[in-house]
Design a protein. Sequence first.
Length: 367
Amino acid sequence: MNLSQLANNRILDQPVYIPGKPIEEVAAQFGLVLKDVVKLASNENPWGASPHAIEKAKQALLHVHLYPDGSGMGLIEKLASKFSFTPEQFILGNGSNEIIELLGHVFISPEDEIIYGQHAFAVYRLVTLLMGGIGISVKMPNLKHDLDLIRKAITPKTKIIFLPSPNNPTGTANTKEEVISFVENLPSHVILCLDEAYVEYLEDPPDLRSFIETGKKIICLRTFSKIHGLAGLRIGYGYGSSEMISLLQKARQPFNANSIAQAAAIGALEDESWVRQCRRRNFEGLKQMEAGFNELGLQFIQSAGNFILLDVGNGQSVFEALQKEGIISRPMPSDLSKYIRISIGTEMENEKALSALSTIMPRFKAS
């Protein structure tokens, strides 16, 4: 008997998440100088973390011989103060991605229906399949979540709805009014997971705290990997009712958030000016890229995040050609195969990406 015969049957058909290619791999593969390779594949903050967050992380390094605070109380108290909630309403994750998995462990049973958008973050589907749930993929006209279609997809078997806004990989966002109207009519047997990974890029995001306080079954997820620039440390959090969080805590593994990540996250929360500065720079970068795409005659999806979905005709081929030019973008799955996703970089990185596109796109248009 081999190991596959001993494995959980669901694992055998489980898809594997494929992350963006690292700089070192692309440089080695194509014989490029490491410093000349630009990674615009994973929606990271090109300006990095707040200097204050970096200093906090350095101080934490002096104590890495000790286990981290298992409850994350220092960071959670900062979050509680920021959101005017109690500490019992927060949970830390090894990135907010871990909390998506915790939701699966706690709430998804075989045959439960889990709703997500057709072009939403792949991990919603992966966790659903891993737990034996039934994924209900709802069409996204104009690559945006249609909340009326999602509402119509709800059945007595629906357990969780995943709603990311802004959405990855399309960059589209629902308005505050759309989200609030949707929540007001949320059935009592359904949990809403509002994924706010990119929320700091919005000027006026929806605020669901009042609905949480009045008993709606809502969990909101945020991360320090995007605008806060701490992707390499893997730290995120969720907030909801104390009952919701206490259930998720039962599935959380001990010491899941390391001490350096916790310290850096505290520093990030203490430096709101850095967030404002990065939001402004990102907006400028979006405009720079949009102008460049227009000049090249390329169609794109208007984005509310720190990336753009770009129509290049043959996404996989253009992705491969860009790598040879030292630009790492992100190819899309088969249902979005004509697109690549390009993260917003620094002004110089954006210019290099646009220059590479101007070099390679004529050959694809000609073919």
